[in-house]
Design a protein around this ligand. Structure first.
Ligand code: RFL
Ligand code: PHB
Length: 389
């Protein structure tokens, strides 16, 4: 088989890239290790920057998002029971869309099917070859039978644990990493959200987040030690701990119910440079990971896809390779700013086992600065709603 761009991974990065390229008449083949049902069972991001919203509309997958998604003009922050609101619209004239990653992925699958794009599931043993030549190719197996895909370029959209990044030789790859000494225990429950907007709560017992998917589906997280296991947390224990951390005012309207999903995610900041090697481009979580506190992971995947799809359009449309040449540098400039925002929100709002009384006071004071300074809230609002492409 032969195609122009071989795309490894059918997460949001891979499917959105494939969608934009196919719309522009550039042929792709997506190779995904898991089944479609498995991909669609993953519960992840919930907040879309406005630039992501516009990109999804441009990709022809905005209709259901515009009908069912919830536009939020602000969010609440709380510091040990003192809750205040950051009004994004007032601070920077922008807003975000609350619409689950699972729904974005489902919409992309449907749109890919309508376009007749090729997405191959259950592709195992994917390996990338001759990436420094003019004729790269990908080998894989389906049900144990070897397959070969020849292409012009490879887009590594295969997430943090994929094969694309490790294909870049160690001497070329530079990696920057910070692992945080805690994780997020998250649950999904068929209950109305506790508030009309998200609540990010810093508390002496640890961080908590109240989020949502729709008016009858809530998503809550609490910070837990890395040694905790999901089995250690009954639903009752989760709700009890959440109530202790969310502001009392909000807890009055908290409705609890059985969890329909429960999982623990470790928190990490990670960047690899460069994001291009020969004919391989890294996109999304394959190249970088942010802690979820800033809601940036999926949105960074979208901005990478934007830059790379523009590069391919210029190259195949007008023979102009400048966009492809400049992809890594352009994408990384935006990524590092989102890294800084995600790190600073995480550092301000979580309890670190190694922190002393001075460092705790600094965290409280940072929250107080956000509460009282228009300038600080403007900075947060600009970053949270998304920096321009
Ligand atoms: P994905 O989604 O990991 O998809 C990669 C795909 O590649 C496949 N794959 C392979 N395929 C073939 N061969 C191989 N060898 C392969 N290895 C892997 C995988 O099966 C998979 O289908 O990466 P992608 O597309 O770059 O998308 C990134 C986003 O999923 C991620 O950044 C976000 O979910 C992060 N994130 C959030 N981002 C936001 O913007 N806003 C949020 O509110 C937000 N909340 C979150 C999050 C991530 C979380 N977790 C669980 C890490 C909340 C959580 C709890
Ligand atoms: C979510 O709804 O899953 C979510 C929302 C905001 C975040 C992280 C996760 O910062």
């Amino acid at each position: 088989m032969r195609t122009k761009v071989a795309i490894i991974g059918a997460g949001p990065s891979g499917l959105l890239l494939s969608q934009l390229l196919n719309l522009a008449g550039i042929e792709t083949v997506v190779l995904e290790r898991k089944s479609r049902d498995y991909v669609l069972s993953r519960i992840r991001a919930g907040v879309l920057e406005w630039t992501t919203v516009q990109l999804l509309r441009a990709a022809g997958v905005g209709d259901r998002m515009d009908r069912e998604g919830m536009v939020h003009d602000g969010c609440y922050l709380s510091s040990n029971n003192n809750m205040f609101r950051v009004d994004f619209h007032e601070a920077c004239g922008k807003q975000v869309m609350v619409y689950g990653q699972t729904e974005v992925t489902r919409d992309l699958y449907d749109a890919q099917e309508a376009l007749g794009a090729t997405v191959i599931h259950d592709a195992e043993d994917v390996a990338l070859h001759d990436l420094e030549s003019d004729a790269p190719w990908v080998s894989y197996t389906i049900g144990g039978v070897p397959q070969r895909l020849d292409c012009d370029y490879v887009a590594g959209c295969d997430g943090f644990h994929g094969v694309s990044r490790p294909t870049i030789p160690e001497g070329v790859r530079r990696e920057y990493e910070k692992v945080y000494p805690f994780g997020w225990l998250g649950i999904l429950s068929r209950t109305p959200p506790v508030a009309e907007e998200l609540i990010y709560a810093a508390h002496d017992r640890g961080f908590a987040l109240a989020s949502m998917r729709n008016p009858m589906l809530s998503r809550y997280y609490i910070q837990v030690p890395l040694t905790d296991r999901v089995e250690d947390w009954s639903d009752e224990a989760f709700w009890a701990e959440l109530k202790l951390r969310l502001p009392e005012e909000a807890c009055k309207s908290l409705i609890t119910g059985p969890s329909i999903e429960k999982s623990i995610a470790p928190l990490r900041s990670f960047v690899t440079e460069p994001m291009r090697w020969g004919r391989l481009f890294l996109v999304g979580d394959a190249a970088h990971i942010v802690p979820p506190t800033g809601a940036k992971g999926l949105n960074l995947a979208a901005s990478d896809v934007f830059y790379l799809s523009q590069g391919f359009k210029d190259f195949y449309g007008a023979g102009d390779a400048a966009g492809l040449e400049g992809y890594s540098q352009k994408a990384l400039a935006r990524i590092w700013k989102a890294m800084r925002f995600s790190w600073s929100m995480t550092t301000m709002m979580h309890r670190f086992p190694e922190h002393n009384a001075y460092e705790r006071r600094m965290q409280d004071t940072e929250m107080a600065v956000l509460e009282t300074s228009d300038t600080a809230r403007k900075w947060m609002a600009e970053n949270y709603t998304g920096l321009p492409y």
